[in-house]
Design a protein around this ligand. Structure first.
Ligand code: ZN
Length: 556
């Protein structure tokens, strides 16, 4: 057994056996950082509203420079509370980067920032109760006649309450009595209304019961094209009004080295790309081509179909406009090629495709899918507890109800073994996407003595990465993607005879673009400050291509 194998053993395994509570996430990443301190730094993005640290992993080979000086790739997961799969997928990539020999070279050149659980409060509510929250529900301002979720029968879960009611819009499905289906005119007998398990605040006894308070969707809280509620449901009070999102915005804007961002979600499995409003014609033609090409790599690696975000909806709907959404923020504000992976829902694990799920727009179609899902679930040997039988309960306000039904926590994601397969694919995509990073190099360094005390220094500054330093064509015009700047710092006793001590080079295209720079330097002899070992130091500030510094030795 080699030494490397021994070291690898200390990296904790990532088990795809259950969704993790916050403490389990923190424990795992602490052990990752402890096992590979030369590659992983653990810090926090910020603090959640309820006071939890939002963990941030910085992964790079520190022996080749600090993360801030390298091109960087950001991954975030679990912005939506129930989308716990995103945490596991992000952590899968984090762990693979440490143990995959194929990633070692990449980690010398670039850094990864990984935020596996952007929404620790919402996720904790879902993991511990299986209740329902988009990103955050405002449960502090209690409104009258509003039901707030709560575990009433002490089984540790927030499930569904069904109650017989003459106006009830649901009936028990004759084909699968565990399910409730929409009431139709031919239905007779027992009609049910459904409510989440909980209590109604300040109830006036009427049937007009609201469910929960204001619901916030943080993927409508990004700054580009933000619109207020109710025009854009879930938008929040202003762009980045949510503290977790503000922490993300501050991180992004203080890291000009970012060249790509990937978000993990859990809807019907898909590779999502910009745009999130309007149409493909809002993207520059050449950028659209690169987005398509990269999305195709993601689709081949994962087996998931590609959708521009505007078309990720039920098949009978028009294109959608998602205001304040990640995709348009990433492309229009940052100039980056950004993607989201919708990792898939339980129905995908049951063999129901995303195309089928989006095409099921009628009640009968949706009911048929629910029956297929239950039939598949019945056949599983090792199965998650997806269904809890309906059990009578005496509700303090509503009287006789039954509590039970499907666990939303498990419906919202693939089975975990199935998720591992997808996470392997998203990791391969990330490596491919990341390997295109811009890469600033200094080449062809020569120092010639042109007169007794005068030297000519020449260097070539090049971008040998595939992406240009402005990443997308869109990025060319944005202030955020910083153009290159070169500075020369002379040793004591040396003096610049020509040009300025700094040069602004603008952006460099990918692979084949470089600039020759030349300085004439006088070295004063006989002064008290003798130039001995080094002549100068060259510093290159490369924006997305990395920063570097190079000491030019005094020629012999
Ligand atoms: Zn989502």
């Amino acid at each position: 057994m080699s030494k490397e194998d021994n070291v690898n053993k200390e990296v904790p395994p990532l088990l795809f056996d259950h969704f993790w509570r916050y403490d389990e996430v923190m424990d795992f990443i602490s052990r990752l950082a402890a096992a590979r301190p030369e590659l992983v730094k653990l810090s926090k993005l910020g603090q959640s509203r309820e006071g939890r640290d939002i963990p941030l992993l910085t992964i790079t080979d520190n022996s080749t420079g600090a993360a801030e000086d390298k091109p960087a790739y950001l991954i975030h997961g679990n912005i939506h509370a129930a989308e716990l799969s995103g945490t596991h997928a992000a952590l899968y990539t984090a762990r693979q980067l440490l143990v995959d020999p194929g990633a070692a070279d990449l980690l010398k050149r670039i850094a990864f920032y990984i935020v596996p659980r952007l929404n620790p409060d919402g996720a904790e509510f879902i993991v511990t109760t299986s209740g329902r929250v988009r990103s955050r529900t405002d449960r502090t301002a209690r409104e009258p006649n509003t039901l707030y979720q709560q575990d009433l029968n002490d089984d540790g879960l927030i499930l569904t309450m069904r109650q017989l009611h003459p106006d009830g819009p649901f009936v028990v499905d004759a084909q699968d009595t565990r399910l409730l289906i929409r009431r139709r005119k031919e239905h007779q007998g027992s009609f049910y209304r459904l409510l989440p398990e909980g209590l109604i605040h300040d109830w006036d006894g009427s049937d007009n019961i609201r469910v929960e308070g204001r619901s916030l969707d943080w993927n409508r809280n990004w700054s580009y094209d933000w619109r207020p509620e109710p025009e854009q449901p879930g938008a929040g009070d202003f762009p980045f009004s949510e503290p977790e999102m503000r922490a993300m915005a501050e991180f992004i804007h203080s890291h000009p080295n970012l060249f790509a961002i990937l978000g993990y979600h859990t809807g019907p499995g898909a590779v999502l790309r910009p745009p999130s409003t309007g149409s493909d014609t809002d993207l520059l033609e050449s950028d659209w081509q690169v987005l398509q090409e990269l999305a195709q790599i993601g689709a081949e690696a994962t087996g998931l179909p590609i959708y521009p975000a505007i078309k990720y909806h039920a098949a009978d709907k028009r294109d959608i406009n998602l205001r304040g959404h990640f995709h348009n923020f990433g492309y229009h504000h940052l100039g980056l090629y950004v993607f989201e992976f919708e990792l898939g829902i339980l129905a995908n694990s049951a063999g129901i495709t995303t195309e089928e799920l989006l095409a099921a727009t009628k009640d009968e179609q949706r009911e048929a899918i629910a029956r297929r899902l239950m039939a598949w679930w019945d056949q599983q040997e090792q199965r998650d507890p997806v269904y809890v039988p309906w059990t009578p309960f005496s509700h303090p306000q509503l009287g006789r109800v039954e509590i039970g039904g499907l666990l939303r926590r498990h419906l919202a994601g693939r089975t975990l073994p199935d998720l591992e397969r997808i996470a392997q694919g998203t990791y391969r995509f990330t490596l491919e996407h990341a390997s295109r990073h811009p890469r600033i190099t200094v080449e062809d360094v020569t120092v010639d003595r042109v007169a007794s005390e005068i030297y000519r220094l020449r260097i070539r500054v090049a971008n040998r990465g595939q992406f240009p330093t402005h990443i997308s064509e869109k990025g060319k015009s944005l202030r955020r993607l910083r153009p290159l700047r070169v500075e020369i710092h002379l040793a004591h006793g040396a003096e610049l005879l020509s040009c300025e001590g700094h040069r602004d080079l603008g952006h460099l295209a990918g692979l084949t673009d470089s600039r020759m720079l030349e300085w004439f330097i006088a070295v004063l002899k006989g002064g008290t400050q003798q130039v001995t070992s080094s002549l100068a130091e060259i510093r290159v500030f490369g924006g997305t291509g990395g920063n570097l510094s190079l000491v030019i030795p005094m020629p012999k």
